[in-house]
Design a protein around this ligand. Structure first.
Ligand code: HEC
Ligand code: HEC
Length: 308
């Protein structure tokens, strides 16, 4: 009886929180995902065998790129900071400006981007059909030749497995852990000051477009692919998809332009530009401590070898 009551009570408490935990496990087709994992790490998908998805998305360390802007084909510089691929399945759209509806549409982008993999459908099929992948695709997809759509499908299956459950904060939401005084204080400030109005839901972000510089104007460099490049509305200048704050301690530098080197600097900038407030050192430190509780487990798929 008490047990049922506690479950009931915690579901009410959870329902009132604007953040939901990442599920401990999700269903993915493991055969496809393991094939996708191999491709994600393989430079075979780039024209000059120099670049893999992994080059710009370090899935062991936050899923993003520690460089200010990523380098791709022939060391060409991209024009925006690489966001994390971890928990990307929970974003409502993909890319900083949401130009891809989902992971499948997204994966087509870097493969064809001249500054990234610099490939195309035909060349990828040709390269893979002349490699040991031909057999591997046959095993998983039952096809006599590798098809581009299956290449994308397997990469997406892998990305769907990239979840980071069991963050301390998720455990707290499930009633399995308690927050320290400082972490709790940071969470209260995060809610009270209104960070939560943009960073909420399962990913603490990834579910709306917002302006960078709602209160205090933020420099606008026309080079960056903001929402305006998709919608062509004036009010979408410097508008981006709100990034997730999960594993945020591991994805420096921050912002679309990589301008904030540390997490503390990014919180300070956010408060000034998007809330119009100046936080004290103590408040900054508390919010930072709270954000550290959003670090989750390394995705379990990375802990098993890919079949040869
Ligand atoms: C040269 C570096 C580079 C390579 C290689 C690369 N990416 Fe990215 N990735 C980026 C950058 C930069 C962005 C953001 C671009 C934008 O939003 O305009 C991005 C965005 C993404 C996103 C969207 C995340 C979000 O929150 O919107 C996903 C998912 C992703 N990449 C997966 C992949 C996959 C899969 C591959 C391999 C097929 C790949 N990337 C290869 C740099 C790279
Ligand atoms: C009005 C909406 C809004 C509010 C309020 C807001 N943010 Fe943000 N946040 C954003 C947007 C949009 C970005 C992306 C900005 C960019 O890259 O230029 C962002 C980016 C960030 C980043 C960097 C993420 C990354 O991967 O680069 C952090 C950290 C962050 N916010 C924390 C906070 C904190 C802490 C607060 C409260 C003090 C806050 N935000 C308030 C919308 C908001």
């Amino acid at each position: 009886m008490t047990k049922y009551f506690l479950v009931f009570l915690s579901s009410i408490l959870l329902a009132s929180e604007p953040i939901t935990p990442i599920p401990k496990t999700v269903y993915v087709d493991m055969k496809k995902a393991k094939l996708g994992q191999e491709l994600f790490f393989d430079t075979i998908l780039s024209r000059d065998d120099s670049t893999a998805c992994f080059s710009c998305h370090n899935v062991y360390e936050g899923g993003a790129d520690s460089r200010k802007v990523s380098l791709g084909f022939h060391g060409k510089k991209g024009n925006i900071q690489s966001p994390t691929v971890l928990n990307a399945r929970y974003n409502f759209r993909q890319f900083w400006n949401g130009r891809a509806a989902n992971l499948l549409e997204q994966a087509d982008g870097p493969l064809n981007n001249p500054a990234e993999h610099n490939m195309n459908k035909k060349d990828i099929e040709k390269k893979l059909n002349n490699s040991p992948y031909k057999k591997k695709f046959k095993k998983v997809y039952g096809t006599s030749k590798v098809k581009y759509k299956d290449v994308l499908d397997s990469i997406v299956a892998f990305e769907k497995a990239l979840i980071t459950p069991n963050a301390k904060f998720d455990k707290y939401l499930r009633g399995e852990a308690t927050l320290s005084k400082n972490e709790r204080q940071g969470y209260i400030l995060f809610k009270q000051y209104g960070c939560m109005s943009c960073h909420n839901g399962i990913n603490l972000g990834g579910n709306s477009y917002q302006k960078m510089g709602t209160f205090l104007e933020y420099k606008n460099d026309k080079e960056y692919p903001d929402r305006n490049k998709v919608s062509h509305h004036k009010h979408d200048i410097n508008v981006y998809k709100v990034p997730t704050l999960r594993n945020i301690s591991k994805t420096a530098p921050y912002f679309h332009d990589g301008s904030a080197k540390t997490l503390r600097e990014s919180i300070d900038t956010m408060a000034k530009h998007n809330l119009g407030i100046y936080l004290t050192q103590e408040e900054l430190q508390s919010i930072e401590t709270f954000l550290y509780t959003l670090d989750g487990d390394t995705p379990s798929i990375l802990e098993t070898d890919v079949p040869q």
